[in-house]
Structure formats: structure tokens, C-alpha cells
Write a protein that binds this ligand. Structure first.
Ligand code: TRP
Ligand code: SF4
Length: 404
């Protein structure tokens, strides 16, 4: 599939760090489930990414990979709508990473904000490695190998998508200017047939001479419809339209996932490293226990002490789980000391249990039969590989490597 057809493709990856929790569900997974209906989706387990920070822990991956995909499936990620696969099973990611490393200035990687940030935050880990420095470029390869149009990411990863765009632009700039580009492009125009060729040329002129963006969009749509020109020609025509060279790699856009408000049990962000999570597989009686013992507004020492929901982590859960009516009841009851904290937590406990129960039922099926999960992954890998191979073939050829 060419650059031009893949603009509606979404790609995202997740590290196999262990059991997924409510933060993942509300922050990432619900968004994936929505996107899979709107776009062609590729979701993968970023096991090589996990190695860039945890190379000393090889025991954790294999089990985590299958368990994480079970969680994806249990919440409704559908292998019929999205290819689910494992990064290390698609070696084309690594080849593209290597090839892109040839043209990526070191300074671009040293300037990625997460590089210094993480080194300072994760002092207990050895992040003075070549792999860690290069990991945003590996991410760029993950994205570019599928020519994805959109990448759902949190705010901390936007800089990585920006780097991806810069690398794609640099690649196209260096390798898209094949000798005889102009002649090749004009020959490609003729191959579209008289009618389309004439339309393309007039739209291109309107865009290039008058900056008519509507004409640009129309011409792009016209190219997408063309059945009988090759991928290479289509990329030439796409580039020729905008005045540059051939567009071999396409620049993706971030789809910013709104920051998740899900608090952990202690009120900080829910995260495995803080030990404050409710996992998707949490035994339901533990859900009750964990929420019941959550801290609340410290001002409410006794039942008759009034409180303020804004100072209470349980309130954040109400914002995710409760109706307006329940929230009004909480605010009034908390401020007037009319309800107790345990009473206030009850609707949240019920809502979390109601949410997790069907997820756990789904998960149980896959836990019983992990072979199904393995075959879903194998199938996803195959779909992914087919697409990745087409891109790497073109990249090899653009860089002058042997392609036979
Ligand atoms: N780097 C991401 C993370 O650490 C995971 C990731 C890897 C990713 N490759 C990606 C996300 C490509 C989006 C697209 O969470
Ligand atoms: Fe928090 Fe509810 Fe207690 Fe108020 S009543 S402090 S909102 S748990």
C-alpha cells in the first residue's frame, strides 16, 4: 500500500510492563477500541522498547506479552478490526531503524526531551546506552514502516512523533530526488489516462500558482482513486503535486490522547511503579478492600467533620464513574458532613466492579486457552509483516541497496 492510501491508518504500541490497570483502560485502551472502528489500526507490543530500559530483565517479556494481549482482547480490542502483533516478530522495524540511523543527526536524538528526563528520573537504571539514545528513532521506524497517518500518544510522546516527521522529511529530501524526477513524474501523469491527467495538471497548477488548497485536496483524492499506476508512480505524483521530490515515507500526525484523570489509590497518578493500582484482573473482593481503605480528605477525621471533594482522591473516581446526580449527592454530603466516606465510596466500588466483571469474564476464556491468543498474534504479525515488507523494499531501493 502506498503513502497515499495509508493516511487513514493508525499505529500505536505499548510496552509489556506487566498487568494493565484502570489507568491503561481509561487512558489508552478505550481510545483504541474507539479508533478501531474509525481507522485501519495496527497495535503492537513494544518489546524492543522495553529492552531499551530493562535489558537486565529478560525473564519478564514472554509471559507479559501474552498476558498484555489478553487484557487488550478482554476490554474489546478486536483482532478482526485491528492487527495485533509483537514488534520483535517483525524484523523490518529493526532494518528500517538501522537504515534511518544513517541519516539521523546525533543532535536530534540528544535533544529529545525524554532522553535527559528519563535519565534523571530513572537513576536506578542504566540508560547510558546506544539503545536508549536511539529509542525514539526505533519508534520512528515503528511508525514509518506502516506509513501510518495517525499515532495516538500521550503528551510525553508528542516529541517522538515530531522527530518521526523530521526524519521522514529528511529521508524524502535525500532519497526522493531521484535523477530525472521531473521526467518520471510527467510520464506518470500520462499513465493516468487523458482525462485524469488533464484534471491532475490543472489542479496542480491551481495549487502551485494560486495556493489553492482545495485543488490540492482534490488532486490528492484523484490520485487515491487511480487503479492502474504503480506505487512508485503514485508517490512521484504525490510529491510532484506539492513541488518536492518523491514521497517515500509519509509524515504522521499525533492524535493526542487527553491526559487520564484516573488517580491511583493514594491520589497520585495510577502507575505500577507507585504500587497504587487496581489491575484489570484484580479479584473483585480486593477492589472493594482497596477502595474502602483509600485515603480521603484529611480534614474528615470524624464523621461530623465536613470535607471538600476537591481535596479527596475518591472524588476523581466519581468524576470518571458517577452520574451528575451521584456527584451532587457527594458534594452536598461531603461538605455538610451528611454522609460518611465509606458511604461515599460505595457507588464507586459498585461501578468499578460492574466495569471489571465482564472484562474478567472475557479474559478468563483466553487464560484458559492461550493458544487462541498466540494464533491471534501470529495472524497480526503476518498482516503487519506484509505491509512492512513493501515499505522496506522501497527504502532499500531508494538507498541504492540490492533489492533482488
Ligand atoms: N514509546 C512508547 C512508550 O514507551 C511505545 C511505542 C513504541 C509507541 N513505538 C510506538 C507508541 C509507536 C506509538 C507509536 O510508551
Ligand atoms: Fe472524599 Fe467522599 Fe469522604 Fe468527601 S465524603 S472526603 S468526597 S470520600
Amino acid at each position: 500500500m502506498s503513502t497515499v492510501d495509508s493516511q487513514q491508518r493508525v499505529l500505536s504500541g505499548m510496552r509489556p510492563t506487566g498487568r494493565l490497570h484502570l489507568g491503561h483502560l481509561h487512558g489508552v485502551l478505550k481510545n483504541w477500541v474507539k479508533l478501531q472502528h474509525e481507522y485501519e489500526c495496527f497495535f503492537f507490543v513494544a518489546d524492543w522498547h522495553a529492552l531499551t530500559t530493562d535489558y537486565g530483565d529478560p525473564g519478564i517479556f514472554e509471559e507479559n506479552v501474552v498476558e498484555m494481549v489478553i487484557d487488550w482482547l478482554a476490554v474489546g480490542v478486536n483482532p478482526g478490526s485491528a492487527a495485533l502483533f509483537v514488534q520483535s516478530k517483525v524484523p523490518e522495524h529493526a532494518e528500517l531503524h538501522l537504515l534511518l540511523s544513517m541519516i539521523t543527526p546525533l543532535g536530534w536524538l540528544e535533544r529529545v526531551p525524554s532522553y535527559k528526563d528519563q535519565q534523571e528520573k530513572l537513576r536506578e537504571k542504566d540508560l547510558d546506552t546506544y539503545g536508549f539514545l536511539g529509542y525514539p528513532l526505533l519508534q520512528a521506524a515503528d511508525i514509518l514502516i506502516y506509513r501510518a497517518g495517525y499515532v495516538p500518544v500521550g503528551a510525553d510522546q508528542v516529541a517522538h512523533v515530531e522527530l518521526t516527521r523530521e526524519v521522514a522529511r529528511r529521508f524524502n529530501h535525500i532519497y526522493g530526488r531521484e535523477p530525472g524526477f521531473e521526467e518520471n513524474a510527467m510520464a506518470a501523469v500520462r499513465k493516468m489516462g487523458k482525462k485524469s491527467a488533464r484534471l491532475y495538471s490543472s489542479l496542480r497548477t491551481a495549487y502551485q500558482e494560486q495556493g489553492d488548497h482545495e485543488a490540492l485536496a482534490k488532486a490528492q483524492a484523484l490520485l487515491k482513486e487511480q487503479q492502474n499506476i504503480s506505487i512508485g508512480d503514485r508517490e512521484r505524483l504525490f510529491g510532484y503535486l506539492e513541488g518536492g521530490g518523491k514521497m517515500i515515507l509519509s509524515e504522521p500526525q499525533s492524535l493526542l490522547t487527553p491526559a487520564c484523570k484516573m488517580p491511583g489509590l493514594d491520589g497520585q497518578k495510577m502507575s505500577k511503579s507507585y504500587g497504587n493500582t487496581i489491575t484489570l484482573r484484580e479479584p473483585l473482593q480486593d477492589v472493594e478492600k482497596k477502595i474502602s481503605t483509600m485515603p480521603t480528605d484529611p480534614a474528615r477525621v470524624r464523621l461530623k467533620d465536613p470535607g471538600d471533594p476537591e481535596k479527596c482522591p475518591v472524588w476523581q473516581l466519581h468524576l470518571t464513574y458517577s452520574s451528575q446526580k451521584t456527584r451532587d449527592w457527594v458534594v452536598a454530603g461531603c461538605k455538610s458532613a451528611g454522609i460518611g466516606c465509606l458511604e461515599c465510596k460505595k457507588p464507586v466500588i459498585e461501578a468499578v466492579i460492574a466495569e471489571l466483571e465482564p472484562i474478567q469474564k472475557e479474559a478468563a476464556q483466553y487464560i484458559r486457552d492461550p493458544d487462541i491468543v498466540r494464533s491471534i498474534i501470529a495472524e497480526g504479525c503476518e498482516t503487519a509483516r506484509e505491509c512492512a515488507k513493501a515499505t522496506i523494499q522501497e527504502v532499500r531501493s531508494a538507498m541504492g541497496l540490492i533489492t533482488w
